[in-house]
Design a binder for this molecule. Structure first.
Ligand code: 5AD
Length: 372
């Protein structure tokens, strides 16, 4: 006999069929019960603080050609840039002074030695510049610069970065192949996630929701994938069409499914919270691109991290992975005030001056120590 949603929520563990049922219910009372249960798990495991990571998109130069992404190599309409080391360190200093505690350095994907040593150098400089009484270990640094060699990951870690975001995009090898050129492989992405863990990083991954051909079973497998690889952080958002990409042909179909996609993205956050419990979950900016209050909605569905814009405004327009990116014109200070106000309006407190490491990482470390 199939279980009801309240029966599934009352259980301690979730089988694949349970996850599918949680993701597919359309009953409003069930949906609210799932959201409330996710909030409870969040409060019990992580508290109510919202951790802030200042986001610095330091370069849009990219050697990859992901079919969905606006800054893909093949998009000749993009004005390419790379911030200087000084500009990035200035942005980092702003993050530290704004009380963010931690920042994300994101860029297009490059593997040349010049790029790798630039990132290494920038991480070292930020660490040196941001040590203070409130941040004795300097600003926390998360990198999001794509697939690299195990050696490059080790160099980044030794330079002082301690978290890394690398989305699997979808845990279905079939779907992965349909949204990437053939030289970008699912296996290579998986291997990178393992290299990152070996290098000592807190590892974040995630998926896009609403991809053409993606089923609710695929999404359930995504949630189970996060659990199987023991991810510390998860970032997920809706797929949003960028018209200068090969996926532009899906524009109309995606627009027609916008409401369902947003609901599914929020449900994915709630279900991931239920299954993965003590991980950090970001309320992705793509949620806000789809719906003005999208990021707040993400926080209400179990997310506990947001990434305020800290990219210098002059280049922000040139870093559009998808269309409708919010906060293009505000300066970093305005983004801070707006976001903190939004967080407080939900009765939650933005955490200041802390790295805000995922509880899951501590548990993973303790477990590893006990095994030795
Ligand atoms: N819609 C939504 N998310 C996107 N990303 C890239 N392009 C898009 C898009 N069109 C996400 C990918 C990538 C992250 C940096 O941004 O998941 O890993």
């Amino acid at each position: 006999m199939t279980k009801t949603i309240p029966e599934i929520l009352a259980g301690e563990t979730f089988a694949r069929d349970d996850v599918i049922a949680l993701l597919s219910t359309t009953d409003p009372a069930d949906a609210e019960a799932i959201r409330t249960a996710a909030h409870r798990v969040l409060v019990d495991n992580c508290g109510t603080s919202v951790f802030l990571r200042g986001l610095v998109e330091f370069s849009n130069r990219c050697a990859s050609d992901c079919h969905y992404c606006g800054i893909r190599k093949g998009n000749a309409g993009v004005k390419r840039y790379c911030l200087t080391k000084d500009e990035i360190v200035d942005a980092a200093r702003f993050c530290a002074e704004a009380g963010y505690g931690s920042m994300v350095l994101q860029s297009g994907e490059r593997r040349d030695e010049r790029f790798v040593s630039f990132v290494e150098d920038v991480v070292c400089a930020i660490k040196k510049e941001t040590v203070s009484n409130t941040l004795p270990r300097g600003l926390g640094i998360t990198l999001s610069v794509g697939e690299q060699t195990p050696e490059a990951y080790k160099r980044f870690f030794n330079a002082g970065a301690h978290r890394y975001l690398l989305r699997i995009e979808t845990s279905s090898p079939r779907l992965f192949a349909s949204i990437h050129p053939s030289r970008q492989s699912f296996e290579a992405r998986l291997a990178c996630l393992a290299f990152l863990k070996d290098a000592g990083f807190q590892v974040g991954t995630g998926v896009m929701i609403g991809l053409p051909g993606q089923t609710v079973q695929d999404l359930a497998d995504d949630v189970l994938f996060f659990r199987a690889i023991d991810a510390d952080m998860i970032g997920m958002g809706p797929f949003i069409v960028h018209r200068q990409t090969p996926m532009a042909r899906h524009d109309e179909a995606m627009a027609a499914r916008k409401k369902e996609t947003l609901e599914l993205a929020l449900r994915m956050i709630a279900v991931t919270r239920l299954v993965c419990r003590d991980v950090n979950i970001a309320s992705a900016t793509a949620l806000q691109a789809m719906e003005p209050l999208g990021r707040e909605m993400g926080l209400l569905h179990g997310a506990n991290v947001v990434m305020p814009q800290a990219t210098p405004a002059r280049v922000r327009r040139d870093y559009q992975l998808y269309e409708g990116k919010p906060c293009l014109d505000e300066n970093a200070q305005e983004c801070r005030e707006c976001l903190c106000g939004r967080i407080r309006s939900l009765g939650r407190e933005p955490a200041t001056g802390q790295w805000g490491d995922p509880k899951h990482f501590d548990a993973r470390q303790r477990h590893a120590a006990a095994q030795q």
